[in-house]
Design a protein around this ligand. Structure first.
Ligand SMILES: Nc1ncnc2c1ncn2[C@@H]1O[C@H](COP(=O)(O)OP(=O)(O)OP(=O)(O)O)[C@@H](O)[C@H]1O
Ligand SMILES: [Mg+2]
Length: 402
């Protein structure tokens, strides 16, 4: 049987009304997929450079040529069919991004900004220079350097500077624990790893902002993000009980970073909330993402402007939308793959039990721990909203079946 015809990256099959732009997204994961509804609403074109014809976004965006984001010719040909280039992930190598910029391609966010989301050492250095609060950190290349750092800070979190996601690339090292795994990591990355103090945070927060090339910026309310084993499980918007001072500080950090780093599009800043012995709270920056982010999925159902719409507006240098919430509370719970592959079967129960639940599945095959969807519930009573969102997610994954 002949293979399905694969569209050529150089010949866009996306059709838009005259004068309307086309946004090209490198990567066809769920983030690119969730840009499709606002692109439809705004009447702008959307094409994705897909890892495979079955990828999440390729299922719903017709103009989805298959190509490798590490192949300069493929990315270049893809970009030729779009007015601006943006991203579903941060894995396009810097030399490719810089070559495209040199050719006049509108790369958004620009390569120089994106570097801070690609490499955690680059990010730590820059944030430290900017005086933005960070955990204590050091670049370490040997076990001796690691031990010297551990002597200063106690428990250490060791991170690969590039390529980490969902907690992969993060190794927690108790002060007096074994070091064999760390040794393997160091051997694999002779250029060095990022070592950080293990922050005794009270909880994790995130602030999302968007910035356009003209410099307009907008921020959503600061959220709480609950991680289990390094994977985001739940997001509560806004972060319950967050004092105004800390919320303002976090928002200020997000807006300052977007401006200083020259971000275009959505910037997510993951934060640790800390409490000092005298009871004052503060925040430390964990890491940055320059694209829509899991901590902003709630905005689809919970904000006047979703992060996906805002990202499109920002990369097209359109005026930004209103980021205010639509409801007092929004709770987003991730649907993580479990042992139960048939997710659609759960719709009957979930939808019948609670018509207020918004279900978002990404067309991805179930694998244990893989993010395959999320649910969002909004409302006035946090306990109720949270319980309903948790129930729906647990039911879809087959964790509960009552
Ligand atoms: N210095 C630290 N101190 C304490 N916990 C940490 C530290 N760094 C990371 N963690 C924990 O590990 C999680 C994952 O770390 P990080 O966000 O750096 O990795 P990642 O794999 O790049 O994540 P993501 O899934 O957001 O891409 C954090 O959300 C936090 O729970
Ligand atoms: Mg993270």
């Amino acid at each position: 049987m002949p293979a399905d015809p694969v569209p050529s990256p150089a010949e866009p099959t996306v059709h838009v009304a005259p004068g309307f732009p086309v946004v090209g997204v490198v990567g066809a994961g769920q983030l690119a997929r969730m840009m499709a509804p606002p692109a439809v609403e705004l009447g702008v074109g959307l094409r994705v450079l897909a890892e495979s014809a079955q990828a999440s976004a390729a299922q719903v965006i017709p103009d989805a040529p298959v190509g490798d984001h590490r192949d300069e010719a493929a990315v270049r040909a893809f970009a030729a069919g779009a007015d601006v280039l943006t991203f579903d992930h941060e894995h396009v190598p810097q030399p490719i991004l810089q070559a495209l910029e040199a050719d006049g391609v509108a790369v958004r966010p620009p390569a120089a900004a994106l570097a801070h989301a690609q490499d955690k050492l680059v990010m730590r250095r820059r944030l430290t220079d900017l005086g933005v609060p960070c955990p204590c950190w050091r670049q370490v290349a040997t076990l001796d350097e690691l031990e010297a750092f551990a002597t200063e800070v106690g428990d250490v979190v060791l991170k690969t500077p590039t390529g980490g996601y969902d907690g992969k690339g993060v190794l927690v090292l108790p002060a007096d624990g074994p070091r064999d795994e760390a040794q393997r990591w160091l051997a694999a990355r002779p250029d060095g790893l990022l070592a950080e103090e293990k922050v005794p945070f009270t909880r994790e927060l995130a602030v999302l902002v968007a910035r356009s090339p003209s410099g307009q910026a907008a921020a959503w309310p600061v959220v709480e993000s609950i991680q289990v084993d390094g994977i985001c499980h739940e997001v509560i918007a806004p972060a319950p009980g967050l004092d105004d001072g800390t919320a303002a500080l976090a928002t200020e950090i997000g807006l300052k970073l977007a401006g200083e780093l020259g971000v275009v599009g959505v910037l997510a800043v993951e934060l640790f909330q800390t409490r000092s012995p005298d009871g004052t709270t503060g925040v430390l920056v964990n890491e940055l993402a320059m694209r829509p982010h899991n901590s902003g999925h709630w905005t689809i159902d919970g904000s006047l402007t979703s992060q996906f719409e805002q990202h499109l507006r920002a990369v097209l240098d359109l005026p930004l939308g209103d980021p205010r919430p639509r409801a007092r509370w929004a709770v987003m719970v991730n649907v993580l793959g479990g042992d139960y592959p048939d997710l659609y079967r759960s719709y009957l129960h979930v939808m019948a039990r609670d018509p207020g639940v918004k279900v978002h599945l990404y067309g991805k095959e179930v694998r244990p721990g893989r993010k395959v969807g999320h649910v969002t519930v909004t409302g006035r009573d946090l306990d109720d909203v949270r319980a309903r969102a948790r129930h729906a997610a647990a039911f879809i994954t087959g964790e509960i079946d009552e």
